[in-house]
Design a protein around this ligand. Structure first.
Ligand code: COA
Length: 325
């Protein structure tokens, strides 16, 4: 028994923050941002919008694409590092909003690897017979933890959600394998310290906000390239596949230069690498499922295609998955 994706969907809030807008907020310019990152604009959620609201929109599209109703779901997993609240999980809010009463629901916080981690867990649960139908969502409101006075980070991040519906299937089709890795020794490279047990948020003290994302950009860049390339090779080797057989490579959309460097290491032509970060920026856990949904809409996920996914994020965490569509 294995699992396969039968529906995908995505949602990005309507408000757009373009490079021109950022020029008015910090000392930066469109040319610098485009050259260094490949990002032109990102979507930003308005006040009062919760991560589970983005999840809901993306999930309804994925369920409709799959042709199943929320009541048929056994499992709801949300990959996010920007939950609605510390407690309960965003997945439980999503379950309520969907009316997916039969499903068990929880979150996974693996930052930008959140969708791949969730996909891997859902696949393993289905293989173990713990359910037949799973909704796997990656969603973030990164604008809620972005410091719009820090030009090194605020140009990168955007908000959005993507979702995939998985169903059980014969082994050897669908999700062929998933590969996950972490290295907590390198946690400091990307972190948002406030709001947890170490640095609780206490507005009453009037303290400066401490839950902003901090990132050592250069160092992160190097690890992202090495680890994503390595974990892609691991997925190919596990399945006895060659990079030339991969019809579409969907990497985490963090930076065009990271994507190009990983593609070059793997030796995959640019026309088989899916890139949409120019319009969304880095949406963390949402980036791969948003890309999956757009790829399907553009007719780039054909039946029988071999699709390679790879992610990298805070933790550090990284992973890959090889899919037969
Ligand atoms: N606009 C203009 N100049 C900027 C800038 C901005 N938005 N941000 C930084 N700079 C400046 C720096 O201050 C520095 O100036 P200096 O040389 O006078 O000190 C110069 O540009 C180079 O900075 P540096 O940090 O070395 O640039 P970079 O080429 O590494 O690009 C990132 C910065 C953040 C774009 C890049 O490191 C990156 O993308 N890293 C990975 C980030 C990522 O994807 N993280 C998530 C992984 S999941």
């Amino acid at each position: 028994m294995g699992s396969r994706i039968i529906g995908v969907g995505m949602y990005a809030p309507p408000k757009i923050l373009a490079n021109d807008d950022l020029e008015k907020m910090v000392d930066t310019n469109d040319e610098w941002i485009m050259t260094r990152t490949g990002i032109r604009e990102r979507h930003i959620a308005g006040p009062g919008v919760a991560t589970s609201d983005l999840c809901l929109e993306a999930s309804l599209k994925a369920l409709s694409d799959a042709g199943i109703s929320p009541s048929e779901l056994d499992i709801v997993l949300v990959g996010t590092c920007t939950p609605d609240m510390p407690v309960p999980s965003t997945a439980c809010f999503l379950q309520k909003k969907l009316g997916a009463g039969r499903a068990f629901a929880t979150d996974l916080n693996s930052a930008c690897s959140g969708f791949l981690y969730s996909l891997s867990v859902a696949d393993a649960l289905i293989r173990a017979g713990r359910g037949k139908k799973a909704l796997v969502v990656g969603a973030e409101i990164l604008s809620s933890i972005t410091n719009y006075k820090d030009r090194g980070t605020c140009i990168l991040f955007g908000d959005g959600a993507g979702a995939a519906v998985l169903t059980d299937c014969e082994d050897g089709a669908g999700v062929l394998s998933c590969h996950l890795h972490s290295d907590g020794n390198l946690w400091e490279l990307i972190h948002a310290p406030g709001g947890g047990t170490l640095h609780p948020m206490d507005p009453a003290t009037g303290n400066e906000r401490t839950n902003y994302l901090h990132m050592a950009g250069n160092e992160t860049f190097k690890h992202a390239v090495t680890k994503m390339a390595e974990v892609c090779v691991e997925a190919l080797e596990k399945n006895g596949a060659k990079i030339a057989e991969v019809d579409l490579f969907i990497p985490h959309q963090a930076n065009q230069r990271i994507i190009s460097a990983v593609g070059k290491r793997l030796g995959i032509p640019e026309n088989r690498v899916f890139v949409n970060l120019e319009r969304y920026g880095n949406t963390s856990a949402a980036s791969i499922p948003i890309a999956l949904a757009e790829a399907k809409e553009k007719g780039r996920l054909k039946s029988g295609d071999l699709v390679l996914l790879a992610a990298f994020g805070a933790g550090l965490t990284w992973g890959s998955a090889l899919l037969r569509m």
